[in-house]
Structure formats: C-alpha cells, structure tokens
Design a protein around this ligand. Sequence first.
Ligand code: CAA
Length: 246
Amino acid sequence: MNKRIAVVSGGIGGLGTEICKTLARAGRRVVAIDLPGHPDRIDAFSRATQGLDVSFEAADVADFEACAALVRKVEDEHGSLDILVNAAGITRDTSLRKMDRRQWDEVLSVNLDGVFNLCRHAVDGMTTRGFGRIVNISSVNGQTGQFGQTNYCAAKAGMHGFTMALARDVARRGVTVNSVSPGYCETAMVMAVPEEIRARIVDNVPVGRLGKPEEIARAVEFLGADDAGFITGANIPVNGGMFMSF
Ligand code: CAA
C-alpha cells in the first residue's frame, strides 16, 4: 500500500513539530503547513525533521482559498490527503473587559475557522477515496474555561462541536474525526504565561509537571492509524489529570 499522506497545520509549532516527527516515524509522508513569515523557525523545523519524510508548505489556515489551493497541491503532488491534523492555534490572552475585537477575531479565525477551512476541502477527497483520519487539537481549557481566554476557550470548545458533527457527516465513508485536548505542555505558547501564574497552574496538575509534546503526538498517531476506524466523534484528554470526566 502507498504511504498515507498526512497534513499537519501549525506544523512547525511546539506541538506540530513533534506531531510531524511522530507521524513520519510511524511511516506517514508528512506535509507541515504554517505561515511563511518565520524563516528562522522554518529552518529549525527542517533541522528537527532531517532524515524524515517531512516537507513544508506555506499556507494561512485563516484563508479559505489558500486552504483550497493547499489541499489541491498535496493531492496533485502526493496522490491523496489521508490524515489531517489541525494543530494551528494562537492565543491573545486578556480578560474580556480588556479584549478588543481584533483579539477575538484573530483567535477565532485561526483556531476555529482554520479547522473549517482545511476540513471543508480535505473531506471531498477523503470521502471519495473512502478513507480519512481527521484529528483536531483542542485544549483542556476548551473543557474547563480559563481566566483571560474567552476567545481561545470559545474556539477550542467550538472545535469539539465541530468534531462531533463532522464525525456524523462522514462516518459512513471511512473517515473518522476526533479531537485531542492537551493540557499545559512544554511549548512556547505555555512558556509565554507569566512564570508565577504558570507555577500555580502546574501545582494543580495531578502528575505535577507540564506535558511533553511527544505525549500529545502519541495520541494523534493513535487516532490517525488505519485500525482506529471505530473511534469517531471522540475526544482524548492528555492533560496530566488536570481535568477528569467520563
Ligand atoms: N482568577 C481570578 N481573577 C484573576 C485571575 C485569575 N486567574 N487573574 C487575575 N485576576 C484578577 C486580577 O487580580 C484583577 O483584579 P482587579 O481588577 O480586582 O485588580 C483582574 O482579574 C484583572 O486582572 P489582569 O488585569 O491581570 O487581567 P488581564 O486582562 O491583564 O489578563 C492574563 C491577565 C494575561 C490573562 C494573565 O492572567 C494570564 O496570562 N493568565 C494565564 C492564562 C492562561 O492560562 N493561558 C493559557 C495559555 S497556554 C494555552 O492556552 C495552551 C493550552 O491549551 C493549555
């Protein structure tokens, strides 16, 4: 069988890079997509993925037409797009009383519109071919809420609704749609939280530490596997016990 082709949005980010490496090591051909404006980060990503079947394409997930072109390009060059991981995410943390319209729009357009924009184009080929794995990277904060994150939590909780609805849309066509909800991990996004606040948050994590990006990637690889076809519309929390539910 041909290699499965995986696209990872936010692919050069803290979680994205590790997801790309893990999927490639599991035998996938991986296309990382991210904004073009950070040549230093793209160089670091190339070094981190050296020797693996991973390439980079520039695309803005907030741009519907750019996502259409990206999906077309991947399908033309590689023959299919089998696994889509929506890991592009940004924060613009501030309490709602200080939040301006731009901080709301930026977070919603990347974190939630971005999921729609890529899925909308990717599902056509997946359903036609009868195989697809979509994994949306949400957040524990989408489940619990977090001070200063009305924009982020709205988007991340929205991803769960989207995941469950799309899972039903495509369930009969070999396509699964799931989400993974990371807790606080060792990424630049989390390190940007002031140290004192971060320390208080980690104090409340039962395992007593930040998560490692590879611990998130492990769950993504699991959901992206060919034999994970009976898991759909689910959410896998990977949060060190910070939020438990059933
Ligand atoms: N709970 C309750 N009240 C709080 C509070 C909290 N956690 N933090 C601050 N307040 C209070 C303040 O004491 C202040 O009270 P007064 O008005 O009486 O003085 C008021 O709320 C406003 O506080 P600030 O002016 O400090 O609020 P701000 O608008 O500047 O926002 C913040 C502060 C930037 C949100 C800061 O609190 C922060 O960085 N918090 C952490 C947010 C966070 O966890 N982000 C996660 C990023 S990582 C990520 O998102 C990855 C993932 O998925 C897990």
